[in-house]
Design a protein around this ligand. Structure first.
Ligand code: SAH
Length: 257
């Protein structure tokens, strides 16, 4: 799916930016780079800045015009650092990613088009794009480095793609212990805990069984809000057991850690 989203860099002057864009693309799972009339490519600096994403550079397609770069695309989204005062459908990077995903989901190919470091895209080039995308930067200093702009857009594409796949967008703790630790307690375990807590509170003289008032319901409400895990429950039960020992004047263990 992501292979149907191509990144098009128009007339790039710094090969380092081509490398930086390739790295950003590979980080986010995109692979198709098209270079329109680059000033200096192939180049050692591009390879250095790609930092391992050399396959993207090796497979980059070099063409002479934007028209050639867009062959086979249903939608082109042109990025611009400036408000050009021409009325055109304008998207932010998140909306741009949603549009890309809609298109590739329907089997189409799309292009994200980036301009020259010093002059951006010309009006003619922008008018070849059905949508314009602006990264909402500070208007006082609105122009991002080319590779940084690529990074922002491909990051949003990845977020939208992960969400569409139902895949997590956060790192999941997959270690078995972490899974065990985060397992929620069952209602039976919670009831055992409340029983233990009540008994302990009586043992230490905090709860008068003759006049319990609403203490236990309030504590149930408090613990009920927490979403206690099995590991946390073990800690709480351990604290109660040790508290009871102290209340009975028995020797108790001191935690070493
Ligand atoms: N002086 C140029 C800046 C070009 S920056 C101009 O005013 O247009 C190089 C490229 O990075 C731009 O053509 C665009 O593709 C991208 N870019 C930089 N800042 C951007 C922003 N805020 N929103 C969208 N694209 C941006």
């Amino acid at each position: 799916m992501l292979q149907n989203i191509r990144v098009v860099l128009v007339n790039t002057s710094h090969p380092g930016n081509i490398g930086g864009a390739a790295r950003a693309m590979k980080n986010m799972g995109l692979s198709r780079l098209v270079l329109v009339d680059p000033e200096d490519f192939p180049s050692g600096e591009a390879v250095a800045r790609a930092s391992g994403a050399t396959d993207i550079l090796d497979n980059a397609q070099v063409v002479g015009t934007l028209e050639e770069a867009l062959v086979g695309c249903s939608v082109a989204l042109g990025t611009s650092a400036r408000d050009r005062r021409i009325p055109w459908p304008l998207l932010d990077p998140r909306e741009c990613a949603a549009t890309c995903l809609d298109q590739v989901g329907a089997g189409a190919e799309v292009a994200l088009v980036f301009g020259r470091e010093y002059a951006g895209l010309t009006n003619e080039e922008l008018q070849r794009c059905q949508f314009h995308v602006h990264i909402p930067s500070d208007p006082e200093f609105g122009s991002l480095n080319l590779a940084a702009a690529v990074q922002v857009l491909v990051y949003e594409v990845r977020m939208a793609w992960l969400a569409a796949q139902g895949q997590p967008t956060k790192m999941e703790k997959l270690e078995t212990t972490a899974i065990l630790n985060s397992q929620p307690v069952t209602v039976e375990e919670l009831e055992l805990f409340y029983g233990h807590l009540e008994k302990t509170l009586v043992d230490i003289g905090f709860l008068d069984p003759e006049k319990p008032r609403h203490l236990m319901s309030r504590l149930r409400r408090l613990y009920g809000r927490c979403g206690i895990s099995k590991l946390e429950m073990n800690i709480l039960r351990g604290i109660l057991t040790e508290t009871q020992k102290v209340a009975r004047g028995e020797p108790h263990k001191r935690r070493e850690d």
